[in-house]
Write a protein that binds this ligand. Structure first.
Ligand code: ATP
Ligand code: MG
Length: 227
């Protein structure tokens, strides 16, 4: 479970990005974070994986206060979180498999084991070209590689920042279906997005930010759930 208690974030010298946010997110929920540019969506995600620290308030993840972690605790926290960004951030010189495997190797999994896992996850996501270099793939395929990389350490929480921003509508749908499957397997997903069409169809809970404030928190049954 994720809890934010009166969280504010002001970037130096005095730019308020989030103002007094209190909310909680249960395990296994699929939450969209929306709102206009500059509303604070990316900042909220960054606070959750401790890229940034709140100026005020507390953030609890599984009852652990992540605002008070030291560097070793931060590393441990990040291991439990899968990150997916709009830009895929793949290493162009490595193969697709190596890109994915690396994320497991950095947390201590052997190279061989990591590569076996990488190939398996890539296959589950419908990618059969583990030896390709990222730039040989389409944007949708590259985003799936980035998702595979986020999944290899089996995180219980996925944070995604505009994960479909560079994709055409069909590919965006594909990414959403992957996310839905993950949620069915019990993963918590928090996805920042401007894409209202997708949000309407897939979001079971929609948090709306505006100028740093939480202005709406909508929970509902969506078409995707009703199916
Ligand atoms: N590193 C930073 N230093 C100073 N101000 C920042 C920094 N990052 C973000 N901000 C400011 O904080 C506010 C919220 O930014 P944030 O990136 O969280 O918005 P966003 O909702 O993700 O926007 P977008 O939809 O454009 O990605 C903005 O006013 C932005 O200018
Ligand atoms: Mg952003």
């Amino acid at each position: 479970m994720i809890q934010l208690l009166h969280v504010s974030k002001t970037y130096p010298p005095s730019s308020p990005a989030l103002i007094d946010i209190t909310l909680s997110i249960e395990d296994g929920h699929f939450v969209f974070l929306t709102g206009p540019s500059g509303a604070g969506k990316t900042t909220l995600l960054k606070l959750l994986f401790r890229e940034e620290e709140p100026s005020e308030g507390q953030i609890l993840i599984d009852h652990q206060n992540v605002t008070r972690l030291r560097s070793r605790g931060v590393a441990r926290l990040r291991r439990r979180i899968g990150l997916v960004f709009q830009e895929f951030r793949l290493l162009p010189r490595l193969t697709v498999m190596e890109n994915v495997a690396l994320a497991a190797q950095v947390v201590g999994v052997s190279r061989r084991e990591a590569q076996i896992k990488a190939v398996r996850i890539l296959r589950e996501l419908g990618l059969e070209k583990p030896q390709a270099k990222p730039l040989m793939l389409s944007a949708g395929e590259q985003q799936r590689v980035a998702i595979a990389r986020a999944l290899i350490n089996e995180p219980r929480l996925i944070l995604a920042d505009e994960p479909t921003g560079n994709l055409d509508p069909g590919l965006a749908e594909e990414i959403m279906r992957i996310f839905l499957k993950l949620r069915e397997a019990g993963t918590t997903l928090i996805v920042a997005s401007h894409n209202l069409d997708l949000i309407k169809r897939y979001g079971s809970r929609i948090l709306s930010l505006r100028q740093g404030r939480l202005v709406d928190d909508l929970e509902r049954v969506t078409e995707a759930h009703a199916l």
